[in-house]
Design a protein around this ligand. Structure first.
Ligand code: URA
Length: 249
C-alpha cells in the first residue's frame, strides 16, 4: 500500500484547482473515487490503490517530479516572495511547466546568481543532497575582480577561513583566465566546493581580497546544467539524471 493523503490535497498538488474549487467540483458530482461519486474532499485516498477521476478523466499522481532550471538573475530561490518573482513562478509560466503546486528549489542561489537549480517535490532527495554530512560537489563559474593571490589555488585547496573566522572545507580552484595587460579586467575561474554555506563562494573570494562580480552554478553532484537552457528556461530531468542523483546521496 502507498501513502494515504487527503483527496483535496492530492487534487490540488496535481493542479486540478484550489481546495475551494475542488470542494465545489465535488459538490457538483464531478469527482469519483473507485467508480463512486465522492463529495467528501477531506477523505483519505491512496494514490497507488484508489482510482480517482475528475470529469470522467483519470487523475495521474506521479509521486515525484524533477526539473532543472537555469536560474536567471533577479529571481528568488524560494516558493513565495513579496517583492521578487520566484523560481517556482518561472516554472509555472513556462509552456511545459508543471501544474503541480508542491515543487520547491533544492537549496538557494543568491538573487544575482545564475545557473543550475533543481526543483522537485522529493523531500527525501532534497534533504540528502543538502545534508552537510554528504559533501555533494557544487561547481561554479565566476568572474572575480582584483588579482588573485599567487597561491590562491593552494589556499583554496587547504580550505579558506572566511573573514568572520568560519573555516571552509578544501575547494578546487581552476583559473581559466587572469587579468592581463590587454584590458581583461577580471579573472575567470571554476570553483568546486563540497558544502553550501550562506554566500559561500563570494565569501571565500572576499577572504582572499577579491570580489565576485558574476556567479553561475554549473553542476551539483552528478547533475550538470544543460547549456542548451538559456537563463529562465527549464526542463524535466531525464530518468538517468534522476537515477544518478539518487546515487549521489
Ligand atoms: N555561493 C554564493 O556566494 N552565492 C550563491 O548563490 C551560491 C554560492
Amino acid at each position: 500500500m502507498g501513502k494515504e493523503m487527503r483527496l483535496d490535497r492530492l487534487l490540488a498538488e496535481v493542479g486540478i484547482g484550489t481546495r475551494s474549487q475542488i470542494k465545489d467540483m465535488a459538490k457538483k458530482g464531478r469527482i469519483r473515487v473507485n467508480g463512486a461519486t465522492e463529495k467528501k474532499t477531506d477523505r483519505k485516498v491512496d494514490p497507488a490503490r484508489d482510482q480517482i477521476m475528475v470529469d470522467h478523466l483519470p487523475v495521474i499522481y506521479a509521486e515525484a517530479e524533477y526539473y532543472m532550471l537555469n536560474k536567471p538573475q533577479g529571481v528568488v530561490s524560494a516558493t513565495e516572495d513579496h517583492v521578487h518573482e520566484t523560481v517556482v513562478d518561472l516554472l509555472k509560466k513556462g509552456p511545459d511547466g508543471p501544474v503541480r503546486t508542491d515543487l520547491f528549489p533544492v537549496g538557494r542561489l543568491d538573487l544575482d546568481t545564475e545557473g543550475l537549480l533543481l526543483l522537485t517535490n522529493d523531500g527525501e532527495l532534497a534533504h540528502s543532497l543538502l545534508s552537510p554530512r554528504r559533501h555533494v560537489d557544487k561547481r561554479y563559474y565566476a568572474k572575480v575582480e582584483g588579482r588573485l593571490p599567487e597561491d590562491a589555488a593552494e589556499q583554496f585547496e587547504k580550505g579558506i577561513t572566511l573573514l568572520d573566522g568560519t573555516p571552509t572545507l578544501p575547494a578546487g580552484l581552476e583559473i581559466l583566465k587572469e587579468p592581463a595587460g590587454d584590458g581583461v579586467p577580471c579573472s575567470e575561474i571554476v570553483l568546486t566546493i563540497h558544502e553550501g554555506k550562506f554566500h559561500q563562494v563570494k565569501r571565500m573570494f572576499e577572504a582572499v581580497g577579491c570580489q565576485v562580480v558574476f556567479l553561475k552554478r554549473l553542476s551539483m553532484g552528478s547533475l550538470v546544467l544543460d547549456e542548451g537552457l538559456k537563463p529562465g528556461e527549464f526542463r524535466r530531468l531525464s530518468r538517468e539524471e534522476v537515477e544518478r542523483l539518487k546515487r549521489d546521496r
